[in-house]
Design a binder for this molecule. Structure first.
Ligand SMILES: Nc1ncnc2c1ncn2[C@@H]1O[C@H](COP(=O)(O)OS(=O)(=O)O)[C@@H](OP(=O)(O)O)[C@H]1O
Ligand SMILES: Nc1ncnc2c1ncn2[C@@H]1O[C@H](COP(=O)(O)OP(=O)(O)O)[C@@H](O)[C@H]1O
Length: 509
């Protein structure tokens, strides 16, 4: 499985180290555990090209997705891919603990200052923490426990409500198969549920599953349904699945050897409370399964999920993870040019929420952030990114604990705003992007701090809107242009949005 290259301690001690990005760490764990067998390495140029062109590795093995590792060029500048003792890269977990070493047989610059590091990986330490680690059995250990001839794999990337439970029972019964539930835990699921919540909700349905083995797998979605489906099939096969139930997503066997089971559309039969094939229930007695968005909507509004659709224990987990919006944490993230009105609006919203007392609220005002959180940072692209990441991190923590976090940095880059949105989602909170879209001419006309004049005169460099870019958001949840409205009206637009969406109930005066 893993290669047997020799790794003397002194080589390891001198090797550079790097913490891969989350999806690369997930790939690493799958490589090390044997879930990606026969793959035991990060791919190099020949394999990457072959996967893209033909869906196979260079040696002809079917393989759907490029499993690659990109590392900043500086980190690997001392490596020499032609010398076995000088090409070891140590990979660490986010806390800096070494978990693996790569024998970097190929180092390929890929632009943006990164190098693709390709080569076999070897485990040098255990990842010991993380919720539900006990469910992370290796493929080999899992296969050992599976004694039936047929094993029905289920990729449970969403909670299991009664229709899904009925589908699994029906398929397991038809095949006389043991059930193998694989829970992807490498990131947010398709419903935006953090992994620990997804696992808890599946465990809450355990009693209603036929005889099952439950395993948490660091499988992540890469955004290409077909290739993701193929990879899932391969991983399911590695864990011992002979069949895979295609629930909600399309899977294909893709050389994995598993057989894909297509589900039948089931509906609830109001006469006796059974879930049956749609065509077997007369229309007056049929109740269709709820869609994920209907379920989210009910939770957002604080309605319980009905017993006919969701086992009470599952409903309780989901209610806890996704409380009604009036109780859920939210990051209100205002972005816009300097002088557009972000701080003025944020302060107004803050005061209004203090007045109603309904929510705990924190304001991360620009000046305060720059003084306390980001005092050493300037306005280069990298510094601005770091500034936004810090604000997003602290705001997400506030929202994780069910508070309202108001942020008002310029946040000129779409990537930083997207990261802030993702961090809030991972904290189980909502994220509202408010674009304060006041045009540059108006901001410059206001020039409250005289900075635009200085920027025009070349006294200040890299000034947003003048000599530094502002990427206009394409995904703002609310847009407020303050050029032709009064301050109170601008504040009112944000408050109305919060009231209409259910994040606050009391309308402040
Ligand atoms: N070069 C340059 N570009 C933009 N802005 C500058 C610059 N230098 C100083 N300032 C002042 O700093 C405030 C912006 O800080 P932010 O933390 O919001 O910026 S960023 O989000 O990190 O881009 C911004 O304050 P606001 O007017 O409150 O937005 C400016 O007054
Ligand atoms: N409708 C409005 N909403 C917000 N600010 C407004 C509005 N109309 C005029 N202004 C003025 O514009 C300026 C905006 O400054 P500020 O809130 O500090 O902007 P930013 O935080 O985006 O740099 C303030 O002087 C404010 O009084």
């Amino acid at each position: 499985m893993v290669s047997d290259w020799v790794l003397p301690d002194e080589v390891l001690a001198d090797a550079p180290s790097y913490t891969p990005r989350p999806h690369e760490l997930a790939d690493l764990e799958l490589l090390l555990s044997g879930a990606y067998a026969p793959l035991n390495r990060f791919l190099g140029t020949e394999d990457v090209d072959s996967v893209a062109a033909a869906g196979t590795l260079a040696d002809g093995t079917q393989w759907p997705t490029p499993v690659t590792l990109h590392v900043p060029a500086d980190t690997v500048s001392s490596l020499d891919s032609s010398s076995p003792m000088s090409r070891v890269l140590v990979l660490t977990d986010p806390e800096g603990v070494p978990v693996a070493a790569v024998d970097a047989v190929e180092l390929t610059p890929v632009g943006d200052g990164s190098v693709r590091v390709a080569g076999p990986v070897r485990r040098i330490g255990e990842v010991l923490h993380g919720p539900f680690r006990r469910l992370r059995a290796t493929p080999a250990a899992t296969r050992e426990t599976l004694t039936t001839q047929r094993v029905l794999g289920v990729i449970a990337d969403r909670p299991l409500h009664r229709p899904q439970l009925a589908e699994i029972s029906r398929a397991a019964h038809t095949l006389a198969a043991h059930v193998l539930i694989l829970i992807p835990v490498a990131g947010l699921g398709p419903d935006g549920l953090p992994p620990a919540v997804l696992v808890r909700s599946i465990m809450a349905a355990r009693d209603r599953l036929p005889k099952s083995t439950i395993v948490a797998v660091p499988l992540s979605q890469r955004g290409d349904d077909v290739r993701d489906g193929l990879l899932s099939s391969r991983v399911a096969a590695a864990y011992g699945a002979t069949h895979l139930l295609s629930m909600g997503r399309s899977f294909a066997a893709g050389g994995s050897g598993v057989r894909i089971m297509l589900p039948r559309q089931l509906c609830y039969d109001a006469r006796d409370g059974q879930w049956r094939a749609l065509e077997d229930v007369e229309p007056p007695f049929r109740r269709q399964a709820m869609s994920p968005s209907e379920i989210s909507d009910m939770l957002d509004r604080g309605f319980g999920l009905p017993d006919w659709h969701t086992p009470p224990a599952v409903a309780a987990e989901l209610r806890r993870a996704r409380p009604p919006r009036r109780k859920r944490g939210v990051v209100v993230f205002m972005t816009g040019l300097s002088g557009s009105g972000k701080s003025t609006i944020a302060r107004g919203v803050y005061d209004a929420l203090l007045e109603t007392g309904e929510r705990t609220v924190s304001l991360f005002d620009g000046d305060v952030v720059r003084r306390l959180l980001s005092s050493e940072l300037g306005f280069s692209g990298t510094d601005r990114e770091a500034n936004i990441r810090r604000i997003a991190y602290v705001a997400s923590e506030v929202a994780h604990h069910h508070g309202v976090a108001l942020c008002c940095p310029i946040a000129p880059y779409a990537a930083g705003r997207a990261e802030a949105r993702r961090m809030a989602a991972e904290a189980g909170a909502d994220f509202i992007l408010v674009h304060v879209s006041t045009p540059l001419e108006v901001c410059e006309e206001r020039d409250r701090k005289g900075l635009y004049a200085k920027a025009r005169a070349g006294v200040i460099e890299s000034f947003t809107g003048i000599t530094d870019p502002y990427e206009v958001p394409k995904n703002a949840d609310l847009t407020v242009d303050t050029s032709e409205i009064a301050v109170d009206e601008a504040i009112g637009q944000v408050i109305d949005y919060l009231v209409d969406g259910g994040w606050i109930e009391t309308v402040p005066y």
